[in-house]
Structure formats: structure tokens, C-alpha cells
Ligand binder design. Structure first.
Ligand SMILES: C[S@@+](CC[C@H](N)C(=O)[O-])C[C@H]1O[C@@H](n2cnc3c(N)ncnc32)[C@H](O)[C@@H]1O
Length: 264
């Protein structure tokens, strides 16, 4: 299990909440294109972070349905619940659960299970068992839609360089616990669990972040003791030479994603 999430550091929730605003448009496109929520349905959002996309799912299923968001990060779920409390009248049918994907299965059955940028954190040894649990908790014909990273992206190269500058001697990939695999590998895991895979795509995307610090909020939110402000001017000069971005300038980076729609 990715150790940097459970019992996440103070402030992580608020920092991540700002960072995750960037993921909402792509997350919504995925929801509308592949999840296609129907009024009255029950939908689980695995690794919901601070719950932005859980609320998008909830507004699509309406109050005759329900949406559940689960996340390992204590401070992320705290922010999700605070945001929900502000809009309680509109979302009486939403629940947030602090725990692992496996713990959320007890809250089923679900018509659909959705997940945005989470599955690449799962241990390879646990994937099949997680997928089998997901399969069991879906109603017949239920769908699983997830999007995650198949490989190192330009964003992650920038992150890795900055990580090396800010935390010398610590390994980026193992500290974050990233485990990339292709769409073909993920499709096989789905099939082994009993699913029929209807969509399996890998594509290049481009993302924009208003500044280098904004682009790195994810890292600040996820890694204990990582402090962007510990970087010196010469570190930013180095980054500017390598990637062309100054500290406060907009960052445009390549992003490879994989998307799967699998049905029970
Ligand atoms: C990159 S964030 C994505 C958050 C959200 N889906 C979004 O699009 O903004 C990944 C999230 O997955 C959660 N996570 C990682 N492993 C998990 C697991 N085994 N069970 C539940 N949540 C998990 C982390 O706590 C983190 O908040």
C-alpha cells in the first residue's frame, strides 16, 4: 500500500484541494464519456482525494442515487467532508469514507466504480485481489472506469528533478510508490478478475499549470518533509535551462494517460 497516503501530513488536504482543481475538466470528460451516470445509480469514487469528482458524480445521479468517495488520506477526507458540509442541502446523498479501496466494498453494491489517477499507486501484488473485490461489489452489468498513468510523463520528470534537488539522497519513485504499467497489463488484470473490457486506450494529453509551484502542489501535498521553498535560486535556474520554465511562469507538459472501461 502506498505509505505516503495513510496518515498524510498536516495541510496536505488543503494543498491537494488546490492542486486537484486542474484534474476536474479531464475527470468530468471521462465521467460523461465512459461512466455515463444515470439518475438513481450508486457510484463509488476510488481514491477520491478531496472529493471534487465525487460531487460531480453525485450531481449526475441526483438525490435518488448515491455517491461514495473513499480515500486513504485522512486530511483529504477531512477537506472533502468540510466541502460537503458547505453544500449539504445539495448533496444529502454523498458519503466520504477514510480507508482503502477494499474497505469501501462494504458500502456497495455499486452500479459503477470510477477512479481518476489512482490505480498506478496499487501494489502489483494486490491488484488482482482489488480488482476481484471491485467486480464482486458491482451489480450485474456494472461498469468500472479508471484512468491512470502508464509511464513516466514530462510532469513526472520535472517532479523527479525537483525532488532530487529538494531531497538529495531520496529516491523519487520509491518514495512516492509509483507503479506504472501499460493499458494491456491493466486490461489483463480486469479480464482475470472476470470483467469484459470494452474500452482500453492510451493517449497523449497536454496539461497546463499556472506556475511551477502550482504544478508541484501534488508533490508538496503527498511527500512528508518535501518543501518547495527549500530550493535555491540556482535550482530554479537549472530547471529553467532544462525545461524552459521560470518559477512563476505557466508550465505546459505532456501527459500520457490510460483509460479502461470494463463491464461485469
Ligand atoms: C493523484 S490522487 C487523485 C485524487 C482524485 N481522484 C482526483 O482526481 O483529484 C490519488 C489518490 O489516491 C488515494 N489512494 C492511493 N491508494 C489508495 C488506496 N489503496 N485506497 C484508497 N485511496 C487510495 C490517495 O490518498 C490520493 O488521494
Amino acid at each position: 500500500m502506498a505509505s505516503c497516503w495513510r496518515g498524510s501530513k498536516d495541510g496536505d488536504g488543503e494543498v491537494y484541494h488546490q492542486a486537484s482543481e486542474l484534474y476536474v475538466p479531464t475527470g468530468c470528460r471521462l465521467i460523461d464519456r465512459l461512466v455515463k451516470p444515470v439518475r438513481g445509480e450508486a457510484i463509488l469514487d476510488v481514491g477520491c482525494g478531496t472529493g471534487r469528482l465525487t460531487l460531480e458524480l453525485a450531481s449526475r445521479v441526483g438525490t435518488s442515487g448515491r455517491a461514495v468517495g473513499v480515500d486513504l488520506g485522512e486530511s483529504r477526507i477531512k477537506v472533502a467532508r468540510e466541502e460537503l458540509a458547505k453544500r449539504a442541502d445539495d448533496f444529502p446523498h454523498v458519503q466520504f469514507l477514510e480507508g482503502s479501496v477494499k474497505e469501501a466494498m462494504a458500502w456497495g453494491p455499486f452500479n459503477a466504480i470510477f477512479s481518476n489517477y489512482v490505480f498506478h499507486w496499487f501494489e502489483r501484488s494486490e491488484r488482482l485481489s482489488i480488482m476481484q473485490d471491485i467486480y464482486e461489489s458491482l451489480t450485474p452489468g456494472g461498469r468500472l472506469v479508471f484512468c491512470c498513468l502508464p509511464s513516466q510523463t514530462q510532469h513526472k520528470f520535472i517532479e523527479a528533478d525537483i525532488f532530487a534537488l529538494a531531497m538529495p539522497g531520496r529516491d523519487y519513485e520509491s518514495t512516492l510508490g509509483l507503479k506504472y504499467d501499460s493499458s494491456a497489463v491493466w486490461s489483463q488484470v480486469c479480464t482475470q478478475a472476470g470483467f469484459s473490457v470494452e474500452v482500453c486506450e492510451e493517449y497523449d494529453d497536454e496539461k497546463r499549470s499556472p506556475s511551477l509551484p502550482a504544478c508541484l502542489r501534488d508533490l508538496e501535498a503527498s511527500v512528508p518533509n518535501f518543501k518547495l521553498h527549500s530550493l535555491k535560486d540556482e535550482d530554479f535556474e537549472f530547471l529553467k535551462k532544462r525545461y524552459g520554465y521560470g518559477y512563476g511562469e505557466e508550465v505546459v507538459y505532456d501527459f500520457k494517460e490510460l483509460v479502461i472501461l470494463a463491464k461485469k
